[in-house]
Design a protein around this ligand. Structure first.
Ligand SMILES: [Mn+2]
Length: 323
């Protein structure tokens, strides 16, 4: 063990996955544990995992309360509660028997230079996709979905988007690094196949005229329930390649208080899990869970919800493979 004054610096300390204190790495970027205790990986093309988990500890695009940079670690920490169950209820098989998943740690960037996050994240996701794998990514604020979608569109063409959120994130004020404008830019850049995309759980103002997405607002979902919601999703998405973006503030603050811009009267975690579980049979190619901000959380409610939604998605991928 190095003493304090022997010339060693933190930059010399490494573990299997990341350099703990790379000069360009923001504080808190180092990974403490993996999601669901999946193996940690560094060399993506050589690893045999089919799904690569990544964290993006970035919240410089947040308009409200910051703190989503701690989301990846919050979700990974809460996932410990889910590891013991060999076959997650109500699934009848163990995930590990049917889907190989690994955790690649956190995407890093240069502090104060948001464009380096944009570049590094798109390159990282492209690296995963070019290796024939798919991505499950934990934010970070919702801005991270834009570079991810750029990588996905480059590989797969415009994707059908299944977007859970309290906000449409289609605001067009022109701001570039902004978690409220990402789907405006994604549409402008042709990353999303809007004819086959939906936004679910919306309960804040947006421009109704020429809105590019079908919206299932929170009141509609709460009144009609998960079965009707799934019917609309399946009809809209069809057999298109579909990407799921889950802003945790789509859930009601009772189920997800730990987030930057909470809005009351959202959907329940029970409803959201039933909807994710019901996506079985769709051509799912990726997912992110964003806006978990553990500093505003209580008893890991929000982190656990995020971890559980992501795990449910992995079971759906496994079930799709088995079908
Ligand atoms: Mn959002």
């Amino acid at each position: 063990m190095s003493g304090l004054n022997d010339g060693a610096t933190n930059a010399d300390v490494t573990n299997d996955s990341v350099s703990v204190a790379d000069a360009d790495m923001p504080l808190y970027a180092a990974m403490g544990m993996t999601f669901m205790q999946f193996p940690a990986v560094t060399t993506l093309p050589q690893c045999n995992a089919e799904v690569i988990v990544s964290g993006v500890p970035f919240d410089m695009a947040t308009s409200g309360r910051s703190g989503a940079r701690f989301g990846p670690q919050g979700v990974r920490q809460a996932s410990v509660n889910l590891v013991w169950e060999g076959a997650r209820w109500p699934w009848t098989f163990a995930l590990d028997d049917h889907l190989k998943v690994a955790d690649a740690g956190n995407v890093t960037f240069k502090h104060g230079e948001p464009q380096t996050l944009v570049d590094n994240l798109e390159a990282h996701i492209s690296h995963i996709l070019d290796a024939g794998k798919s991505a499950l990514t934990f934010g970070g604020d919702h801005f991270i979905t834009l570079p991810i979608l750029r990588a996905y569109a480059k590989k797969h063409g415009p994707v059908a988007l299944i977007h859970f959120d309290a906000h449409t994130d289609t605001y067009s004020g022109g701001s570039k690094y902004d978690h409220g404008t990402i789907f405006h830019h994604a549409v402008q850049e042709g990353l999303v196949d809007t004819e086959h995309s939906l936004q679910i759980g919306i309960r804040t103002a947006y421009t109704l005229e020429n809105h590019p997405f079908e919206v299932l607002d929170a009141a509609w979902v709460n009144d009609l329930g998960p079965a009707a919601t799934l019917e609309r999703i399946k009809q809209r998405v069809g057999d298109k390649k579909a990407y799921v973006s889950f802003d945790i503030d789509g859930l009601d603050p009772a189920f997800a208080p730990g987030t930057g811009t909470p809005v009351v009267a959202g959907i329940s975690i029970d409803c959201a899990l039933k909807v994710i579980r019901g996506l079985q049979g769709l051509n799912l190619i990726g997912m992110d869970v964003v806006e978990v901000a553990p500093a505003y959380d209580h008893a890991e409610i929000t982190s656990l919800a995020g971890a559980t939604l992501a795990l449910e998605y992995l079971y759906v991928l496994a079930a799709n493979k088995m079908a």
